[in-house]
Design a protein around this ligand. Structure first.
Ligand SMILES: Cc1ncc(COP(=O)(O)O)c(C=O)c1O
Length: 407
């Protein structure tokens, strides 16, 4: 029983999350957060409470999470280097494997150098904090990822938001920006809740007109867009559009970690100034080994990327033809927009009854009128799997009245 004054003062916060969750997750069928799914090694299906479901909300875009080559590389790394990295990178924590991985990231992306962080979150927070500070201005898209927002807030720089994917609004914001400090523009390549792509050539022009640097988060783009999965520059056919490239090793690359790539001088600066790099343990050997092998497989097997692009277009088309709103999606991320938070939960529950996992994303992550299931197509989903998924989504959408009839 909690009685102290400190705990009593904390109680309103503890109650707020309980109240909010109980309004949405009021019976076991409506529970959708923190469910412990057990993945099957060689399929997009997962086990949960004795039943088998088709998982449609995972991030493992390239379908490599259970790949025998990637698993073997993780095991070899553990055999060679052990389970931990023995400290921070600047002291005892650097392994030859980290350097191999960094060289592979730089090579794959056509950059001079790269470095890896413990997570994509840490990569954003650390990079932003090392690039800007008081007196500088950072301009971010309204829908940029939380790790970019947090990095900006911690940095002490002036933070300005511009309208989503709106280069003209960025132009006006840059015109209004005061002072002679650095101006840094940060966008996501592919927006994680909407699946649309940043208008990079136009953003580049605006940045150049104002002498601003352009940083891009490729978390949902690496392995997904561009003919061979090299991300947004390959998508637009110009490898000179981005100044600072950043991404994760936790989505298409099925490990954990984050990376930054750019000129050697930038990486040298970040290695000595990015606080989550300096003051947090190095990437564990198994993660580095798995990431390195996954990059090699991505390089060898671009058909995985083609599959994702073809099949996500086909799924989107099937859903749209039946009257489902998938917003502005043009990549593997496909939102199924339900409306209110309650409706998104109704839909997720109906999907699970139909044997498909589509997890809800609700306010405040998205506006309450735009709550959705966040779906992602991966190379692990066969065309047949996606037909099963589409049938499940449509059945569920019809069951809750989101679409009036089934095709
Ligand atoms: C756009 C974006 N950036 C960064 C991150 C953080 O990456 P990680 O999960 O590897 O920390 C995420 C994760 O969801 C993301 O979606």
């Amino acid at each position: 029983m909690i009685v102290s004054e400190g705990w009593q003062r904390l109680e309103p916060k503890l109650n707020a999350i309980r109240t909010r969750l109980s309004a949405l997750e009021y019976e076991p069928d409506r529970r959708h957060s923190f469910l412990p799914f057990t993945p099957e090694p060689d399929s997009p299906y997962v086990g949960f409470e004795g039943s088998r479901y088709l998982m449609m909300s995972g991030y493992s875009y390239l379908g490599l999470a259970g790949d025998p080559r990637v698993k073997e590389a993780a095991k070899v790394a553990v055999d060679q280097y052990g389970t931990g990295a023995h400290g921070v990178r600047a002291l005892a924590g650097s392994l030859p494997l980290h350097e191999e991985l960094e060289a592979a990231v730089a090579r794959f992306l056509g950059r001079e150098a790269a470095m890896v962080f413990g997570s994509g979150y840490a990569a954003n927070v650390g990079t932003v904090g090392a690039l800007v500070g008081p007196g500088d201005t950072v301009l971010i898209d309204k829908l940029d990822h939380a790790s970019i927002v947090d990095g900006c807030q911690l940095s002490g720089a002036t933070v300005t938001r511009f309208r989503h994917n709106d280069p003209e609004h960025l132009d006006r914001r840059l015109t209004d920006a005061k002072g002679t400090g650095l101006k840094l523009v940060i966008v996501d390549s592919v927006y994680s809740m909407d699946g649309d792509v940043a208008p990079l050539p136009e953003l580049r022009k605006v940045c150049d007109a104002h002498g601003a640097l352009l940083m891009v988060d490729e978390a949902h783009a690496l392995g997904v867009i561009g003919a061979t999965g090299r991300g947004i520059e390959e998508h637009f056919g110009d490898n000179t559009l981005v100044d600072v490239k950043l991404g994760t090793l936790s989505k298409a690359i099925p490990a954990t970690g984050g990376w930054v790539a750019g000129p050697q001088a930038l990486i040298d600066h970040l290695r000595f100034n990015a606080r989550p790099f300096l003051f947090s343990a190095a990437l564990a050997p198994a993660q580095a080994g798995a990431a390195l092998e996954s990059l090699r497989v991505l390089d060898l097997e671009p058909h995985r990327v083609t599959h994702i692009q073809r099949e996500s277009a086909r799924l989107r088309q099937t859903l749209n033809a039946a009257g489902i709103d998938t917003g502005t999606s043009e990549t593997a991320v496909i939102p199924i927009i339900a409306g209110s938070d309650e409706k998104a939960y109704d839909l997720a529950t109906a999907c699970r009854k139909a044997g498909v996992i589509g997890l809800p994303v609700v306010s405040p992550a998205v506006p309450n009128t735009q709550a959705r299931l966040r779906i992602a197509v991966t190379a692990r989903h066969s065309a047949e799997d996606l037909d099963v998924a589409a049938a499940g989504f449509l059945e569920a959408a019809h069951a809750i009245g989101l679409i009036p009839s089934l095709p």
